[in-house]
Design a protein around this ligand. Structure first.
Ligand code: FRU
Length: 326
């Protein structure tokens, strides 16, 4: 009987309800099929930083072997991550960062770079002349801070291209809609919306469309998810002028965690590729994503097949054993 020890990974996710996070988790579970000696324990903080701190501390008390975390807010989560790290628990951060070097590995795309690309695009489509509404992700989360900084740096050389207003969408479709409605009457006029993710861009688009002015505004988002309602479809439908691919890093997180747990060499800072997506390349991107998803589903199916074959084999062994014993 196989009595080898299982490694336990605790995954402290900042929020789990949106499509991007669901895809992240799905790719983690798909990758886990290749790591039968690893178990994943999952906690969703539901955008609540205090809850995420407790989740991490519970994982520490539970003596997990490794922590995967997407820090909801950089400053506030730093002490909890440091606590785990100082106790010798390896920490793999995905997508969002803390404000300290006390982590074992990081996996995610370069959000400053994404901001810069978005800013360059805003300059291009407006010919350096435009009024921008920026819709922020959660203010204290690292991707929001970096996406803002990159964007500001990229538009700085254009004196006639300015951020004229900002809204706190906190990464959420509903919050962005709420904030927009709240301040609609006092917002200065704008002709570009730069939202830190696609769902918030879509929110503002829908409301502008209701006011009959969506056609005179260009919308830019981030994520570029495939599937219904994803950013790729929004670009294809000409709702978004552009988005930027933001890979979830789910698969890479599990692979890196496994390397760390098995004492294999690993890379500390893993920067995933991003790319601008607009009407020129959206079809190719959709085809690629569809192919990748089909492959992933095949792998999952294959693995299930192997498992059921294995069960049948165990059963046959048992029959033989009973036959021999009788
Ligand atoms: C999903 C999300 C993405 C965004 C990322 C930033 O929860 O809001 O839309 O790119 O988190 O951490």
């Amino acid at each position: 009987k196989n009595s080898s020890k299982k490694f336990r990974i605790g995954f402290a996710q900042c929020t789990g309800s949106d499509l991007w996070r669901k895809q992240m988790l799905a790719s983690m579970y798909a990758e886990l099929l290749f790591h039968p000696d690893i178990e994943l324990e999952y906690r969703d903080a539901q955008n609540n930083t205090e809850k995420q701190r407790r989740d991490i501390e519970n994982f520490i008390d539970d003596k997990i072997d490794l922590l995967i975390v997407t820090p909801n807010e950089a400053d506030a989560i730093t002490p909890s991550v440091e606590l785990a790290y100082n106790k010798g628990i390896p920490v793999v951060m995905v997508d969002r960062k803390i404000n300290s070097e006390k982590y074992t590995a990081y996996i995610g795309a370069d959000n400053y770079e994404i901001g810069k690309l978005a800013g360059a695009l805003a300059a291009e489509i407006s010919k350096g002349n435009g009024a921008i509404l920026e819709v922020w992700g959660l203010r204290e989360s690292s991707p929001a801070l970096e996406r803002h900084r990159g964007f500001s740096d990229a538009i700085a050389p254009y004196p006639n291209l300015k951020i004229v207003a900002s809204l706190d969408g906190q990464w959420e479709q509903d919050t962005a809609a709420h904030r927009f409605r709240e301040s609609a009457s006092i917002l200065p006029s704008f002709n570009i919306v730069y939202a830190h993710n696609d769902v918030m861009a879509y929110s503002v688009y829908t409301l502008c469309q209701k006011q009959g002015r969506a056609d005179s505004i260009k919308f830019i988002g981030v994520d570029g998810l495939s599937g219904p309602g994803g950013g790729l479809q929004l670009v294809k439908d000409r709702i978004l002028t552009a988005t930027f691919l933001y890979p979830t890093g789910g698969e890479e997180a599990i692979r890196t965690a496994s390397d760390i747990l098995h004492g294999q060499p690993y890379i500390k800072d893993n920067i995933l590729e991003t790319t601008p997506i607009d009407s020129r390349n959206v079809k190719v991107m959709q085809l690629q994503q569809m192919k990748m998803e089909a492959q992933r589903n095949d792998i999952v199916r294959l693995q299930q097949n192997v498992n059921s074959q294995g069960q049948r084999f165990d059963q046959q062994q048992l029959y033989i054993y009973i036959l021999l014993a009788s």
